[in-house]
Write a protein that binds this ligand. Structure first.
Ligand code: DAH
Length: 347
């Protein structure tokens, strides 16, 4: 029996030496110490031995168990350490490597300008309204006091769908819609940014589709001073607090009097430079006091109510503000162009 135990230990030790995984170690353990192991059988056989023999074999089995366990634990530790080292090696991170940059999108410059304008006017109590791009001739021209023989209605300028329907050539049509919808309710304070269409050949300064923002205020006692104050705010919010404006008499069918509004050139501050063609001023929008005929046609009594209106070309503003010389850049979606307007750079 002694010989049996010695042989068993030798077998076990040499088998343990060759094991490589924790799982195989568990198998070895049950093979040598488990219920059906040879060792357990030897223990069972002890019951038939004399007391002397029991003592001797008892000592030997204890020795077997101690030696086996020592050898087993040592190997198990080696396997665990090796597995841990392997894992650490595989999971090593080189924190000095440059990271992968995350490419974020940016707002389109026209969207950015529209949002700045919306924020400004909403802060002054205006509503932001929308109107349809497919519009009636009545709302786009007739009710804006632009008679049938007005040059703006020339087939050259407007995309007509039928005799009555067209693609709106100006957001001013939304003035009509707003007044008709409010039915003498005041005050009306609205802006309408949106797309407009004209039969132009596309080049650096023309596009068959572009963006305008309309503004309309109607109430009792609205005067030219209100228009001036509002447009000064607009110019300064967009182009800087040092900007000034001037009004030049002009003609629009739906306003009387009508004005074109210039801002001091924000490049040279008004001294004269190539951007402002040495004039010191740059035209940015059309405006005026709502024509009494328009008020009347849209359901407001011009003896009681007055109003002002303005319309500004968003592309034109963006071109001056960002020094863009070709209008087509806004619509060709070249990322090299759009990247110039990443959030952190745009003001
Ligand atoms: N609708 C005009 C245009 O497209 C711009 C304009 C001028 C709008 C004067 C207005 C205004 O509201 O009062 O050229």
């Amino acid at each position: 029996m002694k010989k049996k135990l010695e042989d068993l230990l030798n077998f076990a030790v040499s088998e343990i030496e060759n094991v490589e995984t924790e799982n195989d170690m568990n198998l070895i353990k049950s093979k040598y110490l488990g219920k059906n192991s040879e060792f357990t059988n030897i223990m069972k056989e002890m019951s038939g031995l004399s007391i002397e023999e029991k003592k001797e074999i008892g000592l030997l089995t204890n020795e077997f168990r101690t030696s086996f366990t020592e050898c087993f634990e040592k190997k198990l530790n080696e396997i665990k350490t090796e597995a841990l080292n392997k894992r650490l090696e595989n999971e090593r991170i080189d924190i000095s490597l440059p990271g992968k940059g995350i490419k974020t999108g940016s707002l389109h410059p026209l969207t950015h300008i529209r949002m700045v304008l919306e924020d400004l006017f909403v802060s002054m109590g205006y509503d932001v309204v929308e109107g349809p791009q497919v519009e009636t001739d009545d709302y786009c021209f007739e009710k804006l006091n632009i008679p049938k023989d007005h040059p703006a209605r020339d087939m050259q300028d407007t995309f007509y769908i039928t005799e009555e329907m067209l693609l709106r050539s100006q957001t001013s049509s939304v003035q009509v819609r707003t007044m008709l919808a409010n039915k003498e309710k005041t005050p009306i304070k609205m802006i309408c940014p949106g797309k407009v269409y004209r039969k132009d050949d596309d080049d650096a300064t023309h596009s068959h589709q572009f963006m305008q923002m309309e503004g309309l205020v109607v109430d009792k006692n609205i005067s030219l001073a209100d228009l001036k104050g509002t447009l000064l705010k607009l110019a300064r919010a967009l182009l800087g607090e040092n900007t000034n404006i001037r009004f030049r008499p002009s003609y629009f069918g739906f306003t009387e009097p009508s004005y074109e509004v210039d801002v001091t050139c924000f490049k040279c501050g008004g001294k004269g430079c190539p951007l402002c063609k040495n004039i010191g001023w740059i035209e940015i929008l059309g405006s005026g006091m709502v024509h009494p005929n328009v008020l009347k046609m849209c359901g407001y009594d011009p003896k009681i109510y007055t109003g002002f209106a303005f319309g500004v070309g968003i592309e034109r503003l963006a071109m001056f503000k960002y020094g863009i010389t070709d209008l087509r850049n806004f619509y060709t979606n070249d990322v090299r162009f759009l990247d110039n307007f990443s959030r952190k750079d745009v003001k």
